[in-house]
Write a protein that binds this ligand. Structure first.
Ligand SMILES: Nc1nc2c(ncn2[C@@H]2O[C@H](COP(=O)(O)OP(=O)(O)OP(=O)(O)O)[C@@H](O)[C@H]2O)c(=O)[nH]1
Ligand SMILES: [Mg+2]
Ligand SMILES: [Zn+2]
Length: 306
């Protein structure tokens, strides 16, 4: 007998996928040939049709992927509603431009960015400084420590409130910031592997190797993802020069208010630019506008923008 099921791809390893069917059954399947190639490749988080052929031993196949709400290259996930951007107060100290790039990628893909600052026990002052930046932009922001438990009740409550009825989120951020540790703290039955950061280079060791979506009791999904290192986060998922100001809420709000018609809000002798003024007046944190300008230059230098 041949029949179809519909479900969510929650895990993928070595060409095999695990699909949580809408009826609760877990199916291990392969993907149809054309769903293995780059653009059409099955992503964790996809909702899919699985065709089951009872008569064949390997007869459980992902045969179609539903249209995606959004998809990211890094972490490789589809249909996200929230992305928890995780940075540590220190060990490793955050690369703010990478954090801001992630917020921009999230905004551009209609994913709500949530800022999660870990390891507050190591430097509470630094944690608060980072938090201030992102609170001022208006992102939900949490300061936590998996060592002392600080802030974990608040984040647990937020997750319980928003990750319901199929809503999906991922923890993303540099290797070693404590993503898996915090997930274990919040959901002790996950038992995710974690490991100490390297003493020599003060970076993580890429302990988490694959993306996996966990189903939560409220009907939502939450993924742990492999951390990235400084070098492997070059690629933009993304967009044009014109899109970039729209991906920074505090700049987006001032685009229409700039008196220069063709302004990219990157400075260069334009003291009266609405964004430059907001920075001077302390309304936009300097680090955010520095990230914006740096990303703008990177994008402009890419082929096709001259
Ligand atoms: N002091 C302190 N250490 C922490 C905290 N959270 C995590 N750590 C430590 O940081 C190290 C890295 O934690 P992981 O959870 O493996 O980091 P990760 O972000 O999952 O790293 P990848 O899987 O490589 O992306 C471990 O030694 C943890 O014990 C914290 O809140 N405070
Ligand atoms: Mg991990
Ligand atoms: Zn301007």
């Amino acid at each position: 007998m041949i029949y179809e099921k519909h479900g969510r791809v929650v895990k993928g390893l070595g060409g095999l996928y695990e699909v949580l069917a809408d009826d609760g059954e877990r199916l291990v399947c392969r993907a149809k040939g054309n769903l293995k190639r780059d653009e059409e490749r099955v992503l964790i988080g996809d909702t899919v049709t699985v065709t089951v052929d009872d008569a064949t031993p390997d007869g459980i196949i992902i045969s179609a992927i539903d249209e995606r709400k959004n998809s990211l290259i890094r972490p490789p996930l589809a249909n996200l509603d929230y992305i928890f951007i995780v940075l540590a107060a220190k060990k490793p100290s955050p690369v703010i431009e990478t954090v801001d790039k992630l917020t921009a990628i999230a905004e551009h893909n209609s994913i709500t960015p949530v800022i999660l600052i870990t390891k507050a026990d190591l430097d509470g002052g630094a944690a608060e400084e980072y938090a201030e930046i992102y609170r001022s932009v208006g992102f939900p922001t949490y300061v936590t420590s998996s060592e002392t438990g600080e802030g974990t009740e608040e984040i647990r409550r937020y997750i319980a409130e928003v990750l319901v009825d199929g809503a999906t989120a991922a923890f993303a951020g540099a290797s070693g910031v404590g993503k898996s540790t915090l997930l274990n703290f919040l959901f002790p039955n996950l038992s995710l592997a974690t490991s100490e950061i390297s003493r020599k280079i003060e970076r993580g060791r890429h302990t988490t190797r694959h993306v996996e979506l966990f189903s939560l009791s409220g009907g939502g999904f939450l993924a742990d993802t492999p951390g990235f290192s400084l070098i492997d986060f070059e690629r933009f998922d993304f967009f044009t020069l014109e899109d970039l100001p729209l991906a920074f809420p505090e700049i987006r709000a001032r685009v229409g208010k700039c008196r220069y018609v063709d302004c990219a809000h990157v400075g260069e002798g334009r003291e009266d630019c609405s964004v430059a003024r907001a920075v001077a007046d302390g309304e936009i944190p300097e680090t955010r506008v520095e990230s914006y300008r740096s990303l703008w230059r990177t994008l402009k230098a890419k082929k096709g923008y001259n």
